[in-house]
Each structure stands twice: as structure tokens, then as C-alpha cells.
Design a protein around this ligand. Structure first.
Ligand SMILES: [Fe+2]
Length: 400
């Protein structure tokens, strides 16, 4: 991508209140704090820190002072430091790319497509063979998952274990502690089995939830691959948790604040003695208060272990959020057919299931998971290779 020269040409520089103010040719004004510039300077040095603590050269007053700032003959920013008169240079294009004004930070984020039930009319979907053979089709699939939090891939051969091969389009498949067969440590079956007392082996209604809330790092992308469809029920429910969270923010801001601020205990006990525990906020927010991740499963939220003053607000907030999630106007119901594969961002889109009668037919899905960061890394590789200008946009972080 060729940068717009008006965006990357410095028109004027001034030092104001310990910050450097840069006015660009397109009229935008960026302000760079001395600390920020100093950190950038340290990072740009060949022997600069890489994940180690940095020593900032401070003046006698304990501040990192700027003596002067100007534009070099090449059009870059030059800063002279008060403490030792050393000079730092910052490439103009780099400086603009990292401007941290609210407008530029918002511009760098990849916009999300929040959705409700009407997304059924324009379902994000793709064809498995194309995704495997054609990088453009694969990139389109990646973008659907980034923008909508899910995609339906058709034509994935309805055979045992194929979900593992399909998931490698997005990343390395993570082992699960509940694999059915030790020879396939990443694979789980979703099929009625009275001997296994977990929700994936039942046939009753299952409300919208994110998987593995009881793990410190919950599953990133999850895959539901249909091998056998039930004729009359067992539809898969999807809910855009970000849409529900935004509704909560608009209609019950106090509940939204509680769920985004108070960490709760999540837990899962398993009959084999496993005792998983994790702590986290239901709603994760980024630095601009943008919703970026969800951790919610009503069945995994442990007994509240909080200061007394929080018991009632937390209980009420959870009820309000669950109400929003259970509004069918937000539900996408999909009757998966053999060969269908749902790719779901487990930290944004919640999934569930309608009830079905197992005596009327079998329903068999297979599932596995991969990590979100690995998917994002692959996306950036491919988008850059395909020349997509927005490959460098900031992607939704997930649960933080
Ligand atoms: Fe689940």
C-alpha cells in the first residue's frame, strides 16, 4: 500500500507542555508525549530493549524533557533531549501510523459487523474446496470470521475427524482434556450418550454460552462439524454476544459496568475428579471501552464469592445480560446438514442448541478448537500477500 503523502508529510512541529505537536499536510494534528517518544527511541535502537525493562534518561527534575523538535531534510521528526542533548529521529510515515489520537486509533481498528437474527438472509458462508485451493476464498472466509464472528463452510466431507483437517485452515488444533479417544486428543464428539454427564451428550435445550469459560484462556475458534443431522430439532443457535453487550450498555449501563469491571469465578467439576477454575470478567473492554471479548456460561459461573455490596448488583447484571442473550430477535438458528462446518469465534459469538428427541433420530457433530492469535497471525500473512490494504488493522483482541 502506498501511503497517502498528505498523511505522512509533516507541515509543522512544536513543543508544547512536554509533548511534541505535529501538524500534517492533511490537517490532522498529532501529539506525542515525551515518554512515548522516548520509548519509541529506545525500541528503534539496534541494541534497544526487546521485552526487557527500559531505562529512561530523566532530567534532574525526574522528567524526560524535550529541548527541541524539528523536521529533518528528509521530512522526518527530530527530537533533542534535555538530559543529555542526544537526538532521536522518527520516520514521518511510522510516526503517523502510530499516532495515538482517538480518531487515528479508531481508524486503525477493523470495524465489526454486529448482527441479529436477520443475518440469516445474508449468511457468511463459503465452500470448503475453494477455501483449501484458493487463497482469495480463504481470505474471504477469514474476513467473515473477523467481521461477523462466524462462518458456515459447506462441503466438508462428513467423515470422522475431518473437522481436524478443516480447523488447520485457521491454526494448530489444541488438545482437549475431554477427547473421546486418546488417539485423537484434539477431537470431541457431540452426540447423545447417557453415560457421559456433560451438555454435549444431552438432547435438551442448551442456552447461548461460550465454551470453556472455566479455563484461564478459553477456547479461541471452535468448529462444529455435522456428520449426522436430526430431522426435527437440535438446531444450532448462534448469538452475537457483542450485539447483546451493546444492548446492555444502552439499556442497563449499570449492569454493563458491573459485568465489565467485576471478575467472577468460573468453574467446572467433572466426574473423573477434574476441578477446573478460572476468574474473569464477563465482558472484556479495550482501552476505548470497546467490547472485545466475552466469557459467559450461566452453568459455569461459580457461587458468587464477592464483597457483600456486589452480590445484588452482580446477580441483577447477570440476569439482565442473560435476558438480552435469550431474546430470539438476536438468535440465528441453523439446522446443520451433514458436511456443514460452523467456524465460531468463541470469545464473541455464543452458541447453543434447541432440544431434540433422540428416539426420533441421531444427531452427531464433531468439534475441536484453535487459538485466536494464531488465526490473526495467519490472516495478516495472507491479507498482506493478497495486497489487502487493511491487513494491518487492529483486530478485536478477545477476552483480556
Ligand atoms: Fe458449547
Amino acid at each position: 500500500m502506498t501511503p497517502d503523502p498528505a498523511r505522512t508529510t509533516i507541515r509543522q512541529v512544536a513543543v508544547e507542555g512536554g509533548q511534541v505537536s505535529v501538524t500534517w499536510r492533511d490537517g490532522h494534528c498529532s501529539r506525542y508525549h515525551a515518554f512515548w517518544l522516548r520509548r519509541a527511541h529506545e525500541r528503534s535502537r539496534p541494541d534497544g530493549p526487546n521485552g526487557t525493562a527500559q531505562v529512561l534518561a530523566k532530567g534532574s527534575d525526574g522528567r524526560v524533557g524535550i529541548a527541541a523538535a524539528g523536521v529533518t531534510s528528509e521530512g522526518d521528526l527530530e527530537v533533542t533531549w534535555q538530559s543529555d542533548s542526544s537526538v532521536s529521529r522518527y520516520e514521518a510515515a511510522w510516526l503517523r501510523e502510530h499516532c495515538y489520537s482517538a480518531a487515528e486509533r479508531a481508524r486503525r481498528r477493523r470495524p465489526l459487523r454486529l448482527w441479529g437474527a436477520s443475518i440469516a438472509e445474508r449468511l457468511p458462508q463459503s465452500d470448503y474446496v475453494s477455501v483449501q485451493e484458493d487463497e482469495t476464498a480463504r481470505l474471504a472466509l477469514y474476513e467473515q470470521v473477523l467481521d461477523c464472528g462466524f462462518s458456515l463452510v459447506r462441503g466438508v466431507p462428513a467423515r470422522h475427524g475431518e473437522v481436524l483437517a478443516a480447523a488447520t485452515v485457521f491454526g494448530l488444533v489444541s488438545p482437549t482434556p475431554y477427547a473421546d479417544d486418546p488417539k485423537d486428543p484434539e477431537l470431541e464428539n457431540i452426540r447423545v450418550d447417557a453415560r457421559v454427564p456433560v451438555n454435549t451428550r444431552k438432547c435438551d435445550f442448551l442456552g447461548p454460552h461460550t465454551d470453556t469459560c472455566w479455563r484461564g484462556s478459553l477456547s479461541g475458534l471452535i468448529y462444529l462439524h455435522c456428520l449426522k443431522a436430526h430431522g426435527q430439532g437440535g438446531e444450532t443457535l448462534l448469538v452475537d454476544g457483542f450485539t447483546a453487550a451493546e444492548r446492555l450498555r444502552a439499556e442497563a449501563p449499570e449492569a454493563f459496568a458491573v459485568l465489565s469491571e467485576v471478575p467472577l469465578n468460573f468453574a467446572a467439576k467433572v466426574t473423573n475428579g477434574d476441578d477446573w477454575r478460572a476468574r474473569g470478567r464477563v465482558i472484556s473492554l479495550g482501552p476505548d471501552q470497546e467490547v472485545c471479548g466475552l466469557r459467559f456460561n450461566a452453568g459455569s459461573i461459580h457461587q458468587l464469592d464477592l464483597p457483600e455490596a456486589l452480590i445484588e448488583p452482580v446477580h441483577s447484571a447477570l440476569e439482565r445480560f442473560q435476558e438480552a442473550l435469550n431474546d430470539e430477535a438476536l438468535w440465528l438458528k441453523i439446522a446443520l446438514l451433514p458436511g456443514d462446518l460452523l467456524v465460531i469465534d468463541n470469545q464473541r459469538v455464543l452458541h447453543g442448541r434447541t432440544a431434540f428427541d433422540p428416539s426420533q433420530g441421531d444427531r452427531h457433530l464433531q468439534t475441536c478448537s484453535t487459538r485466536r492469535d494464531e488465526f490473526h497471525n495467519r490472516y495478516r500473512h495472507l491479507a498482506r500477500k493478497c495486497g489487502h490494504e487493511d491487513w494491518n488493522r487492529e483486530l478485536s483482541w478477545g477476552v483480556i
